[in-house]
Write a protein that binds this ligand. Structure first.
Ligand code: S3P
Length: 440
């Protein structure tokens, strides 16, 4: 599904951010593990979440759609997740597969996990190593890739662990295994990562203790814990709102309100960067929804200038570098995004993919050993962007086209549905010149 975008007039209007992907995955997984019923509203009905939901059904949960974004999950509770009859196809979802493997390791079951070409190229040992230390048996393809078969006797040992990289997925996989493990599992995080697992485990009735030691967060879970079904109202995804916000900032004359954006500080690093760059990005009307603080964000097009992004901010904006690089393309001066080696193991190598996307469209960009340098200026456009099955590369390219002299085209826009299925409608509704070529 080839798509393209061209220079656009001012964007204007009020839109809502789609449901948060991280919280939507967790709602399906925790609901399936719990005793009783979980009622979910505002779920992101993206392909990644639908993959996770169907995997949790294969493991024994009953999941029913009751309305738009509304789902009822009957958890497996006492009986526990069960060995599935089929391989568990997690699609494109790194969060899905890694959290589900962690959850399953706590039960007596055996399952084989598969995924699409992008997911099958991503490293799984970062999850499998700690799960093996806890007692699970895992076999993977070379380099720890999918398909992975993971088996557990449901009687793991608790673990004291410091993940080798700042990753909420690693932390979450270990915590989910610890839910059904007798004893205290402790995770030390020198750099905090998104804390949705901790927050949601509490909402499902678990006690999680977080203390500070030598500047690091120490997270303790004393298992086993019986999770109880609850209500989850999924807030809007700041990582999806990011595309709307940057589009409005860089398209001259724009004035846009994005409602229902989660403002959890482990997720808002991009907003800090855009504000430092001179962007009018003003959160208003703070309130609480589903245990998280949300706000409406008012954005007006602004003259941006380049910045050096502090590496310590990376965990709070790990998915936002490609779209920040787009903002940097029209900012005055140089933007440096460094110490972001983790981007190489996302849905694609996002350092290479972002550099190629900008370079193909006339932007002055350099690939650093572990980062990206962009010097802002005019964007010629006219390039064809290879998205490598990566939704965030696809959306970033289409936003760049809104300020380019000639159209920016992407090889495939289908993957956008993994995280932001309403992207085309939302953006064209605001006045963006984005089109889908259904014949290509
Ligand atoms: C996620 C964590 C991040 C992020 C991903 C979602 C999560 O990955 O890139 O899109 O929901 O826990 P890492 O924690 O591995 O950096």
């Amino acid at each position: 599904m080839r798509s393209s975008s061209t220079r656009s007039h001012a964007l204007s209007g009020t839109v809502s951010a789609p449901g948060d992907k991280s919280i939507s995955h967790r709602a399906m997984i925790f609901g399936a593990m719990a005793t009783g019923t979980t009622h979910v509203t505002g779920l992101l009905e993206g392909a990644d979440i639908l993959s996770t939901a169907s995997v949790m059904q294969a493991l024994g949960a009953k999941i029913m759609k009751t309305g738009v974004g509304a789902y009822q999950v009957e958890g497996c509770g006492e009986g526990g997740l069960q060995t599935p009859d089929v391989n568990l196809d997690c699609g494109n979802a790194g969060t899905g597969v890694r959290l589900i493997m962690g959850a399953c390791a706590g039960y007596k079951l055996r399952a084989t996990y598969t995924g699409d070409a992008s997911l099958s190229s991503r490293p799984m040992n970062r999850i499998l190593d700690p799960l093996r230390e806890m007692g699970a048996i895992a076999t993977a393809q070379e380099g720890g890739r999918l398909p992975v078969t993971l088996e557990s006797d449901g009687d793991l040992k608790p673990l004291t662990y410091t993940p080798p990289v700042a990753s909420a997925q690693i932390k979450s996989a270990v915590l989910l295994a610890a839910v059904n493990t007798k004893g205290v599992t402790t995770i030390t995080e020198p750099i905090p990562t998104r804390d949705h697992t901790e927050n949601m485990l509490r909402a499902f009735g678990a006690t999680i203790e977080v203390t500070q030691k030598n500047g690091a967060d120490v997270i303790r879970l004393d298992g086993p814990v019986r999770l109880k079904g609850t209500k989850v109202n999924v807030p809007g995804d700041p990582s999806s709102a990011a595309f709307i916000i940057v589009a409005a900032l860089i398209t001259p004359g724009s004035d846009v309100l994005v409602e229902n954006v989660m403002m959890n500080p482990t997720r808002t690093g991009l907003f800090d960067c855009l504000t430092e760059m001179g962007g009018h990005v003003r959160p208003t009307y703070f309130r609480k929804s589903g245990g998280e603080v949300i706000a409406d964000i008012h954005v007006k097009s602004s003259k941006l200038h380049g910045i050096t992004v502090p590496p310590a901010r990376a965990a709070s904006m790990i998915d936002e570098y490609p779209i920040l690089a787009v903002a940097a393309s029209v900012a005055k001066g140089t933007t440096i995004m460094d110490d972001i080696a983790e981007l190489r193991v996302k849905e694609s190598d996002r350092i290479k993919a972002t550099v190629a996307l900008l370079a193909n469209n006339g932007v002055d960009v350099t690939e650093l050993e572990n980062g990206i340098k962009v010097v802002g200026g005019e964007v010629s456009g006219g390039g064809l962007v290879t998205t490598h099955h990566d939704h965030r590369i696809a959306m970033s390219a289409l936003i760049l086209g809104l300020v380019a002299d000639a159209p920016v085209t992407i090889d495939d826009g289908a993957m956008i549905a993994t995280s932001f299925p309403t992207f085309f409608d939302v953006m064209t509704g605001l006045g963006a010149n984005i089109s889908i070529d259904k014949t290509a």
